[in-house]
Design a protein around this ligand. Sequence first.
Ligand SMILES: Nc1ncnc2c1ncn2[C@@H]1O[C@H](COP(=O)(O)OP(=O)(O)OP(=O)(O)O)[C@@H](O)[C@H]1O
Ligand SMILES: [Mg+2]
Length: 283
Amino acid sequence: MFKVRNLKFKYPNSKDYTIDGIDFEIQDGEIFGFLGPSAAGKSTTQKILIKLLKDFEGEIEYYGKPLLSYRDEFYQDIGVSFEMPISFSKLTAMENLEFFKKLYKQTVDVEPLLKRMGLWDDRDKKAGEFSKGMKIRLNFIRAMLNKPKMLFLDEPTNGLDPGNARIMKDMILEFKKQGGTVFITSHIMSDIDELCDRVAFIADGKLREVDTPRNLKIKYGKRTVKVEYKEEGNLIVREFSMDEIKTPAFFELLRDKDIETLHSGETTLEEIFIKVTGVTLRG
Ligand SMILES: Nc1ncnc2c1ncn2[C@@H]1O[C@H](COP(=O)(O)OP(=O)(O)OP(=O)(O)O)[C@@H](O)[C@H]1O
Ligand SMILES: [Mg+2]
């Protein structure tokens, strides 16, 4: 769907490239996570992909044609939720949605969306009087207004309570099930792990990894099994490599000891994030 080759981007007042030559593809129907430390260029990349920042170097193809060769029809295809929710504060939630609907050829009935996101009863309240989480939810509904083929979601669940985050994640997964494609950034690694088919890590303007969460966990995981058991009242912790677990010694241990816990040394996306992006931990 998207093919990005040697993408570079520099803000006019900046001397360094924020994006310094990155390549990736977004396949039709996948949820593609774009991760990286704060200020790494995630929102910048999203803005480039939605044609808000056009002064980039390199190539971006959307369905086999240069992105910049598309005109307004591109905006009929996509739904965007920005990092900072945008709405007209003097208009009610409903008026906001009615306004944005006018920009599109094809639109959906907003009632089920407002109900699902828990905003139906507040539809006649001014958006400026909404709480942060309400604005975020309204922002997400706005992104879905035009029945998009593709969603661009910049930290969509950031600032939502767990219940509303759950509803939004379910809606994102349903969107994908119906054939939709998603580009998503988030700092919530459990959300990314749950939602994404593939993830890319950006740091210092370069992509450090692009792969499925599963492959990354295998690559960065310790590939060990940790066993905790009791021996004469003492807790013993032993770690076995994947080769060692095939040996009789391991089987005998399982048979003879009072095993308390057994864990594979699989790593988490959070640990991978820290390793891959080179974030140093202080404190
Ligand atoms: N309009 C702008 N003009 C100049 N520099 C900008 C502008 N917007 C962003 N930048 C700079 O570009 C870099 C990347 O910013 P960006 O917003 O893409 O980061 P991010 O990865 O989305 O970070 P976060 O996780 O904090 O949202 C930062 O150094 C930022 O200061
Ligand atoms: Mg950002």
